[in-house]
Write a protein that binds this ligand. Structure first.
Ligand SMILES: *Cc1c(COP(=O)(O)O)cnc(C)c1O
Length: 391
């Protein structure tokens, strides 16, 4: 029995129902409509091996199973796995590989993923190529007979580049490679990588899925049973599982994902357009603009464009940008994204501080770049806040 298997026939539900009902059923003990927080490490057995499907909470826990079934449902997958963090979910995927294997990934990758690949896994003999993934020819030129995995993140952070998932998946299939997509920024409300040909979809559920900045959780969803078994083996053997309380909170967050995302997208559009016509702003990065270099791909693989925006104020220095983010009153200056509250960040001094200036400027992360995670507050209040902070 696979405790993580989605057994509900929620395939026919529309997305806005899957977030609430997908893979869910009232609890078997007392009919609780919300899954109880099974805060237990172990389960009574009537005879050795005589248990009700759960024997130890690293291997499976009913609250985590409820979350894993929900994750599978919203990503149109068969199998969901919930981890202690986004990075531990990525860690499990790389543990599918062996020394000598190679991975092709984007040069505009989440910093923590880059650090995990470079500083943990390279010393175990796995080689990573970080390249511009806008061109399929560039990707193809980095594939050789040692390549086993392509790791895509789209849209990227903080430059909002968009990578063609269908195009990359064709390439992956041609060369018999696994394709994993970090879907943290888009969420399945906007983009469903498994439907576009990916083998693995990964989330930092810390962000939009949880949605309330109150948990650190990771997720993987796959369709292939063999791949699910391998990842489940790693999850149980390495042990970075999502706890019952965090599973409960993430599941609670997912139930409103579609209404939150709708507002994130509406507010994101209003704010991106406000910034674009503000004479004090030099550049705005948001995939919804027709002038965005990957707008056509974004339009074809995403249902809307989200609430993540980066911008550069005109003639601003490193210090000027810091002053702007410090002056914001409704936007909170903080790491992370995807919560109901609006956040602002200064990549050059925060998320990208460890990357040398010349390196980060090559990918567009200039000193004055500011990143916004637009929340679901009233858009007028958010614009007034930006107006007073930009000055
Ligand atoms: C935050 C984030 C991660 C890492 O997830 P954690 O939950 O912080 O471990 C990975 N990818 C992206 C795109 C992220 O934003």
């Amino acid at each position: 029995m696979f405790a993580y298997q989605n057994k509900m026939s929620s395939k026919d539900l529309k997305f806005n129902s899957k977030t609430i009902h997908g893979g869910q059923h009232p609890d078997k003990a007392y009919g609780a409509v919300m899954p109880p927080i099974y805060q237990t490490s172990t389960y009574a057995q009537s005879t050795p091996g005589g248990h009700m499907g759960f024997e130890y909470s690293r291997s499976a826990n009913p609250t985590r199973t409820a979350l894993e079934n929900s994750l599978a449902s919203i990503e149109n997958g068969q199998y969901g796995l919930a981890f202690a963090s986004g990075l531990s979910a990525i860690d499990a995927v790389i543990k599918l590989l062996n020394p000598g294997d190679e991975v092709v990934s984007t040069n505009d990758l989440y910093g923590g993923s880059y650090r995990l690949f470079k500083q943990i896994f390279e010393k175990y003999g796995i080689t990573f190529h970080f390249i511009g993934m806008q061109s399929l020819e560039t990707i193809a030129s980095h594939i050789n007979d040692k390549t086993k995995l392509i790791w895509v993140e789209t849209p990227t952070n903080p430059m909002m580049n968009v990578i063609d998932i269908v195009g990359v998946s064709k390439l992956a299939k041609e060369h018999n490679l696994l394709l994993a997509v970090d879907n943290t920024f888009a969420t399945p409300y906007l983009q469903r990588p498994l439907d576009l040909g990916a083998d693995i979809v990964m989330h930092s559920a810390t962000k939009y899925l949880g949605g309330h900045s109150d948990v650190v959780v990771g997720a993987l969803v796959v369709n292939d049973k063999d791949l699910a078994d391998k990842l489940y083996f790693i999850q149980n053997a390495s042990g970075a599982v999502c706890g019952p309380m965090d599973s409960f909170l993430t599941l609670r967050g997912i139930k409103t994902l579609h209404v939150r995302m709708q507002r994130h997208c509406e507010n994101g559009k209003v704010i991106a357009e406000y910034l674009a016509k503000n004479p004090k702003i030099e550049k705005v990065y948001w995939p919804g603009f027709e002038t965005h270099p990957n707008h056509d791909i974004a339009k074809s693989q995403m249902d809307d464009f989200g609430g993540m925006i980066s911008f550069v104020p005109k003639g601003s220095s490193y210090e000027d940008a810091i002053k702007i983010v410090e002056n914001l009153k409704i936007f909170t200056l903080a790491e992370s994204l995807g919560g109901v509250e609006s956040l602002a960040g200064h990549p050059a001094s925060m998320t990208h501080a460890s990357i040398p200036k010349e390196e980060r400027e090559k990918s567009g992360v200039v000193d004055a770049l500011i990143r916004l995670s637009v929340g679901i507050e009233d858009a007028d209040d958010l614009i007034s806040d930006l107006e007073q902070a930009i000055g």
